[in-house]
Ligand binder design. Structure first.
Ligand SMILES: N[C@@H](CCC(=O)N[C@@H](CS)C(=O)NCC(=O)O)C(=O)O
Length: 247
């Protein structure tokens, strides 16, 4: 029995939902409400001490961290393989997973919080702001830097630079192949939520002149797993209607 504790608009949750759907695995979809701070309750912290989503429960055992969960699912349920069969291919895929975690996954948080989520901190008193920051187990320094008004223009520029770098690398890799590692793999699903969020935030001009990446993106969006993952309410523009105007 698989239970995914996750949030509809969380990019990390979307990586795992994409994987579960692509592999045709049934799961209990338990939604964690960030506004109610359900990810910071003692019960949730007992499952995931980092106070972040997603968390997978497999027969009651916790598996944590979205990329680790993706690899775990692919190992335990090998019927629809999303990992190359040979060691060199696996190394290439893992190199993509590490790059995606280090560069675009971190970068997309800056415009996401500046354009969308920081607003929920705007009206907090100094004490409430401090309390909210200290409650963020894994992300305390991130929330401290964001403060009440969001990240600096310099940090935003650096993020756009890293997102550009990601799309440029993807376009080069996809010049002679349909998917990042040749066959469809976890690497493709790992980066989809960042790309989808970029479009959601009104940043698709970043891949204007990237024809291979555009072909990849069009193909990805036709997949049933993609459509199942992005049900209504999974995008920031579903909730915050003014977002998504071209930046
Ligand atoms: N490395 C972790 C990071 C998970 C993470 O940062 N999740 C975000 C949503 S995408 C979260 O739960 N944030 C909670 C918060 O900001 O308080 C993973 O990939 O699972």
């Amino acid at each position: 029995m698989l239970e995914l504790l996750n949030n509809p608009i969380s990019t990390c949750s979307q990586k795992v939902r994409l994987t579960l759907h692509e592999k045709g695995l049934a799961f209990t979809d338990t939604r964690i409400d960030f506004r109610k701070k359900e990810h910071l309750t003692p019960d949730y912290l007992a499952i995931n001490p980092d106070g972040v989503v997603p968390s997978l429960l497999h027969d009651g055992q916790a598996v944590l961290d979205s990329s680790v969960i993706m690899e775990y699912l692919d190992e335990v349920f090998p019927d629809v393989p999303l990992t190359p069969a040979d060691p060199l291919g696996r190394a290439e895929m893992r190199k993509w997973l590490r790059f995606i975690e280090e560069v675009p996954t971190a970068a997309i948080r800056i415009p996401s919080f500046n354009q969308v989520f920081v607003r929920h901190r705007a009206g907090l008193t100094d004490d409430a702001l401090e309390e909210d920051t200290n409650a963020r187990t894994l992300r305390r320094t991130f929330y401290r830097e964001m403060g009440r008004n969001g990240f600096s223009d310099t940090r935003l520029r650096e993020s756009y630079e890293r997102l550009n770098e990601t799309v440029t690398r993807m376009d080069a890799a996809l010049a002679d192949r349909a998917w990042l590692c040749g066959d469809l793999s976890l690497a493709d699903f790992c980066v989809v939520p960042t790309i989808d969020r970029m479009r959601d935030l009104g940043l698709p001009q970043i891949w204007d002149n990237k024809p291979h990446m555009q072909r990849w993106w069009a193909a990805m969006q036709t997949r049933p797993a993609y459509r199942a993952t992005y049900y209504p309410g999974t995008r920031v523009t579903d909730i915050y209607h003014e977002i998504g105007e071209p930046a």
